[in-house]
Design a protein around this ligand. Structure first.
Ligand SMILES: Nc1ncnc2c1ncn2[C@@H]1O[C@H](COP(=O)(O)OP(=O)(O)OP(=O)(O)O)[C@@H](O)[C@H]1O
Ligand SMILES: [Mg+2]
Length: 287
């Protein structure tokens, strides 16, 4: 499996770009797409899913140009859009049958497949109740199930963990890890902790461009040996903030414990092990 995004731009109205001259090559495994709001994550994923077309550039899956031949992609893709809507009057089982029909999936194994998915996503008990009565997290899981109906080889989830509670997140993570053999899986999020335990590689986007793509360790290397912690009086915070890139602050016995990134730590700072959150913050705030 090889997905090549080559010099892709998406221009919306006027001079407004959702993505600009964007190139990336994605091979099998789990890619976490990270970027702040408006970075272009959904714009990119919709074009990969052939829901929208680039205004410039090409997208190639296994040597097939999917901008020209969308069907080649559609046969092997599972897509969970960010604004996934469901039919409130159908129950989960009926909805999945309906989606299967829309995607041209049938055959004698369909019922078994749907039951497996409902079980895997912890929906079996609710499967006969109307989706309109589900919680946000349950609706999200129905969306995940429909993306998996056709045993896809390319799986795209736009902000899949929104609305999932911690237990559901663990289930989702396990499910995706099981599915990822031989597949391309792309997960987007603006929250590092949603993807850092699951993604093999990470791509960081901002303003429609790619800041960095690599294994987590490569991304973390950007801030290795530059992450420090220090306790400061609350009153010094504003001054400190103007001089250093702050990752987080915790209140501690009247003072503030500040985690920050710098080449030039102030006296009495303690060096901390850098993580993906630090690197993401550094990349998106300083570039
Ligand atoms: N249909 C549209 N028409 C005009 N501009 C759009 C359209 N869709 C997206 N944009 C703009 O393109 C840019 C990228 O948007 P996009 O939705 O791809 O970002 P995102 O990374 O998915 O953000 P979020 O984390 O909020 O989902 C934003 O500036 C957005 O306002
Ligand atoms: Mg989005």
């Amino acid at each position: 499996m090889k997905l090549e995004i080559q010099n892709v731009s998406k221009r919306y109205t006027g001079n407004k770009y959702g993505l600009k001259d964007f190139s990336i090559t994605i091979e099998k495994g789990i890619l976490g797409l990270l970027g702040p709001n408006g970075a272009g994550k959904s714009t990119l994923l919709k074009m990969i899913a052939t829901v929208s077309k680039p205004t410039e550039g090409t997208i190639i899956l296994n040597k097939n140009n999917i901008v020209k031949d969308a069907n080649y992609m559609r046969k092997q893709i599972g897509f969970l859009p960010q604004d996934f809507g469901v039919y409130p009057n159908l129950n989960a089982y009926e909805f999945l049958k309906y989606m299967a029909a829309m995607k041209g999936i049938g055959g004698k194994d369909l019922n078994t497949r749907i039951t497996q998915l409902l079980e895997g996503l912890n929906l079996i008990e609710a499967a006969k109740k109307p989706i309109g009565s589900y919680s946000g997290g349950m609706k999200q899981r129905v969306g995940i199930a429909q993306a998996l109906l056709n045993n896809p080889k390319v799986l795209i989830f736009d902000e899949p963990t929104v609305g999932l509670d911690p237990e559901e997140r663990v289930r989702f993570r396990n499910l995706i890890t099981d599915l990822a053999n031989d597949c391309i899986v792309i997960l987007s999020s603006h929250i590092v902790s949603d993807i850092d335990t699951i993604a093999d590689e990470v791509a960081v986007l901002k303003n429609g461009t790619l800041l960095l793509k690599g294994h987590q360790e490569d991304v973390i290397n950007k801030v290795r040996n530059n992450v420090f912690e220090i306790s400061i009086p609350k009153d010094n915070y504003n001054l400190f903030k103007n001089k250093h890139l702050i990752v987080s602050t915790t209140r501690k016995s009247g003072n503030l414990l500040v985690r920050y990134i710098t080449d030039n730590p102030i006296e009495n700072s303690v060096e901390k092990e850098a993580n993906l959150e630090d690197a993401y913050l550094y990349l998106t705030k300083t570039k």
